[in-house]
Write a protein that binds this ligand. Structure first.
Ligand SMILES: Cc1cc2nc3c(=O)[nH]c(=O)nc-3n(C[C@H](O)[C@H](O)[C@H](O)COP(=O)(O)O)c2cc1C
Length: 179
């Protein structure tokens, strides 16, 4: 039995939903899994006395990884470095229709990770997220309508979209469970 700590950072909730799914799957496989929001004041430190393995999840907005995640990783860099750690990112780039553009977007997300985080996360998993117009303010809605319509991702801007491939999320959780 492995004691996992899953720490996520989200704006519109999709990363939390993915982290929740991974947590449930790890528990179903017989592991102990603690889930927390990096931005919560009650978020615990990734202490080796309490945890064996760390999993992080964060979404990407305007090319940047959520600031709550950056600050959590910076705050606990030494502890994180002392334990096995993995990260997944959630973005729209991973939902790109054109495979070449999609590969470029995923490489950009990994490069951002390498540049911004003080601890190496060599192979981030990148999941396609969601576009929930109902949760965006009018400026965000305006920008995302243009980007997603141009990229051929959406045609109808009056509804919410989810692009996450849940089978990939389950396979990711199963790989973690088997480590
Ligand atoms: C204002 C805004 C900016 C975004 N910028 C990016 C971006 O630069 N690159 C990208 O791949 N996805 C971008 N996205 C898409 C989000 O990463 C996607 O909606 C994701 O599911 C959000 O996850 P969350 O719900 O956990 O915050 C953006 C979304 C919004 C609303």
């Amino acid at each position: 039995m492995t004691r996992f700590l899953l720490t996520f950072a989200t704006r519109e909730g999709q990363t939390e939903a993915i982290a929740q799914r991974v947590t449930e799957r790890l528990r179903a496989a017989g592991h102990e899994a603690t889930l927390q929001n990096a931005g919560d004041k009650t978020a615990v430190a990734p202490a080796p006395a309490r945890f064996d393995r760390l999993v992080f999840g964060a979404s990407v907005h305007v090319g940047r990884i959520e600031k709550e995640m950056l600050s959590f990783v910076k705050r606990h860099a030494d502890l994180i470095d002392s334990l096995p750690h993995d990260i997944f990112l959630v973005s729209l780039g991973a939902a790109e229709v054109d495979p070449m553009v999609k590969t470029d977007r995923i490489a950009e997300a990994q490069a951002r990770l390498d540049a911004d985080l003080p601890v190496p996360f060599p192979e981030a998993q990148v999941f396609a997220g969601a576009l929930r117009f109902s949760r965006l303010n009018w400026v965000e809605r305006f920008i995302m309508k243009r980007i997603a319509t141009q990229g051929g991702l959406i045609t109808d801007t009056t509804r919410d979209y989810e692009f996450t491939d849940w089978d990939r999320v389950d396979a990711y959780a199963d790989r973690l469970a088997a480590l």
